[in-house]
Design a binder for this molecule. Structure first.
Ligand SMILES: NC(=O)c1ccc[n+]([C@@H]2O[C@H](COP(=O)([O-])OP(=O)(O)OC[C@H]3O[C@@H](n4cnc5c(N)ncnc54)[C@H](O)[C@@H]3O)[C@@H](O)[C@H]2O)c1
Length: 263
């Protein structure tokens, strides 16, 4: 690897995977470490964070595991404290945590709405708020928030789409505020990558998801992780407030047959 994050201290939230295989957070944590960052792997399930740390250390990288629920301000403060105490600061915050809700408007309960907004949106606000003073202490930094193309297209999944759209609004608002402090804030909107989060959908759905995009190839956590490496690195020094769509071109497409009536 080329050391694009050499000397950087990174926090990755949701750095474990909920099942066997490779999630977006796990892949990103591994790539950050391969590029030379020291990585604080945060997960509410400690074993999951430790598994990612084990993979990083097995490759000679530097990482520690930290258990926290990032929907709680006090726990976000402890996450940042852990990075500062161990390595002296924070340069990169990768807000990856997210849960899915596949329910439409009329099926979504108030409890589910609140839970999804808390995990997918409020967590990013709290973790960013906690990390900014540590980044200022280092002269700047990079925040990356994982959104979804569900924010950009009318997929249903009301709470999830709303939270993920909120992430983009959050990123734009905060990028303007933090630019003068040398902190860049960007979002990634992944398409239907195949990760443990969606493995319960089954093989037919997997094949449909693969075929849906113009490129017609399956996306993985690595594809999302490489986008995060770019946004975290100095190569993106002039990029802030943006949403990097990583979806094999899916959001470019028009549903098959939908133009028939006008042609
Ligand atoms: N897979 C896809 O198709 C897809 C598409 C678009 C966006 N995304 C987004 O990617 C992100 C997650 O991807 P992943 O593959 O890493 O998921 P994952 O479910 O495999 O891993 C997420 C990890 O986050 C942890 N977590 C959940 N809530 C937490 C909390 N409150 N505090 C701390 N940790 C918590 C879980 O324990 C889990 O280990 C989400 O934001 C998701 O919305 C995924």
């Amino acid at each position: 690897m080329s050391g694009r994050l050499s000397g950087k201290i990174a926090i990755v939230t949701g750095a474990g995977s909920r099942g066997a295989g490779l999630g977006n957070g796990k892949a990103t944590a591994i790539l950050f470490a391969r590029e030379g960052a020291r990585v604080l792997c945060v997960d509410q399930v400690k074993d999951r964070a430790e598994e990612t740390v084990g993979l990083i250390r097995a490759e000679g990288g530097d990482a520690i595991a930290h258990a926290a629920d990032v929907t709680r301000a006090a726990e976000c403060a402890l996450v940042v404290k852990a990075g500062v105490e161990r390595w002296g600061g924070v340069d990169i915050l990768h807000n990856n945590v997210g849960i899915e809700s596949r329910k439409d408007l009329l099926e979504t309960s108030e409890e589910e709405w609140d839970r999804v907004i808390a995990v997918d949106l409020k967590s990013m606000f709290l973790a960013t708020q906690a990390a900014v003073p540590a980044m200022v202490g280092r002269g700047g930094g990079a925040v990356i928030c994982v959104s979804s193309i569900a924010a950009l297209r009318g997929y249903g999944r009301t709470a999830y789409a709303t939270a993920k759209a909120g992430v983009i609004g959050f990123v734009r608002s905060v990028a303007v505020q933090l630019g003068p402090k040398g902190i860049r804030v960007n979002a990634i909107a992944p398409g239907p990558v195949w990760t443990p989060m969606v493995q319960d959908l089954g093989d037919d759905a997997r094949e449909r998801r693969r075929r849906a995009s113009p490129l017609g190839t399956e996306g993985t956590g690595w594809d999302v992780g490489w986008g995060a490496v770019y946004l975290a690195s100095n190569e993106a020094r002039w990029v802030t407030g943006q949403t990097l769509v990583i979806d094999a071109g899916l959001t470019l497409t028009t549903p098959e047959g939908s133009l028939g009536a006008t042609r």
